[in-house]
Design a protein around this ligand. Structure first.
Ligand SMILES: *[C@@H]1O[C@H](CO)[C@@H](O)[C@H](O)[C@H]1NC(C)=O
Ligand SMILES: *[C@@H]1O[C@H](CO)[C@@H](O)[C@H](O)[C@H]1NC(C)=O
Ligand SMILES: *[C@@H]1O[C@H](CO)[C@@H](O)[C@H](O)[C@H]1NC(C)=O
Ligand SMILES: *[C@@H]1O[C@H](CO)[C@@H](O)[C@H](O)[C@H]1NC(C)=O
Ligand SMILES: *[C@@H]1O[C@H](CO)[C@@H](O)[C@H](O)[C@H]1NC(C)=O
Ligand SMILES: *[C@@H]1O[C@H](CO)[C@@H](O)[C@H](O)[C@H]1NC(C)=O
Length: 342
């Protein structure tokens, strides 16, 4: 089309050329021919680009022979067919895998949540892989680690290997997330990683759990071993016998700090595909676990965990200086933390 127009104009000008001032006209013709030439060239280049792109698409179609056509097209960015370097997915190579990351804070129920998730035959959540500093040193070490996990080449007791339908890990907010959030969000959005936020509503209870857990790191209340999670009521009772003293001077700012950290993370990661869960809701309402499985598009199963909650009952029983804490928080925005019974 473009060529035809150019030739037509060229012909017209060439026919008229000899009749008037030849130098001027020749210049005009020359300019026209050059402009047309450049235009045609650019059209040709575009077409070549297009044809290589088409080839690319063809290759992709060939490689993704697995695609199930009954799957909603809008799901495509979230479906992966990894080819692990360390094993073959064999008969499961056409089971699509979804990628996820649990973003949480210490002592917010993420360990318990992970055991629930891992009780699903098709889900693998590989723990706190970024607790190791070298893996979160910089954006490229983070990317390398993520690639390995999402390619199913990361081995933990949670690995389900061939028949994984959802693979991920948990990532604490103090493990390089705020520092590298731009690159991480980019990675998540480019690769279609779904984010599960798991937070605790009662930040005072979280504080008690954090202090008690770090106390036990050296006190080792369970026959000389430190445990962050327990599997029996006796163990839970032993651990909860220690009552922390809360620092009243920094109490308000500490609670505020936790709240701000959560809000900031939600803001930074809002463009990802995500679901927000609260520990308290999961404890009270097991239907929330159905939401999670639906979010990860897993076949629905009953999820189970052997973990036992450590600090049960009213908070007043778990804080040494309860009366002062009660007084400090009365009439503040955090008063609600005093009453909630979980
Ligand atoms: C990133 O960190 C890794 C591991 O510590 C290191 O080997 C690598 O050189 C670093 N890369 C950049 C670009 O700083
Ligand atoms: C879940 O795992 C089972 C057993 O390994 C397998 O047969 C099934 O195809 C998997 N389901 C999905 C959706 O990947
Ligand atoms: C600790 O030791 C006691 C008695 O020796 C035993 O009954 C209990 O099961 C042990 N607990 C753990 C967590 O090993
Ligand atoms: C309590 O917090 C304040 C302010 O952060 C700090 O200066 C003080 O040392 C803390 N007290 C204890 C006993 O840790
Ligand atoms: C339990 O969770 C489900 C799913 O999120 C929700 O629809 C339902 O209203 C919840 N029930 C209660 C009692 O909160
Ligand atoms: C907290 O303090 C208020 C008033 O100072 C009191 O009425 C309430 O019983 C206290 N709560 C607990 C659980 O001790």
């Amino acid at each position: 089309m473009a060529e035809e127009i150019c030739l037509f104009i060229k012909d017209g000008l060439i026919i008229k050329a000899p009749k008037k001032s030849p130098v001027l006209l020749r210049t005009i013709v020359l300019v026209f021919v050059m402009v047309c030439g450049v235009y045609i060239c650019s059209v040709c280049l575009k077409q070549t680009n297009f044809s290589t792109k088409t080839k690319f698409l063809n290759i992709e179609v060939l490689e993704s022979y697995c695609h199930e056509y009954d799957i909603d097209r809008s799901e495509t960015p979230y479906l992966h067919y990894p080819k692990p370097k360390t094993f073959r997915r064999a008969e499961c190579s056409c089971n699509p895998v979804r990628l996820f990351a649990i973003l949480s804070m210490q002592r917010s129920g993420s360990g318990w949540f992970e055991t629930l998730l891992n009780s699903h035959v098709n889900a693998s959540s590989n723990g706190e892989i970024f607790s190791v500093k070298g893996r979160r040193e910089n954006a490229s070490s983070i990317t390398k680690t993520l690639d390995r996990v999402y390619n199913l080449d990361w081995f933990t007791s949670a690995s389900k290997n061939q028949c994984s339908a959802a693979v991920g890990f948990k990532w604490m907010l103090n493990q390089g997330l705020p520092e590298h959030h731009k690159e991480i969000v980019q990675y998540f959005n480019d690769r279609g990683v779904s984010v599960i936020f798991l937070f605790r509503k009662n930040l005072l209870r979280r504080m008690v759990s954090v202090i008690a857990n770090s106390y036990d790191r050296y006190a080792k209340l369970l026959n000389g071993t430190h445990k962050s999670h327990v599997h029996s009521i006796e163990e839970a009772e032993t651990l909860s016998r220690y009552k922390p003293v809360i620092n009243l001077t920094s109490l308000m700012t500490d609670l505020k700090q936790m709240e701000v950290t959560v809000m900031k993370t939600l803001e930074q990661f809002q463009s990802t595909r995500h679901i927000i869960l609260f520990y308290e809701d999961l404890v009270k309402n097991r239907t929330k676990l159905v939401d999670v499985q639906e979010f990860l598009k897993l076949p629905l199963m009953e999820l189970t965990s052997r973990q036992v909650k450590i600090h049960k009952g009213p908070l007043s029983e778990h804080i040494e200086n309860w009366d002062d804490v009660n007084k400090t928080l009365q009439g503040t925005v955090y008063e609600r933390f005093l009453h909630a019974d979980y």
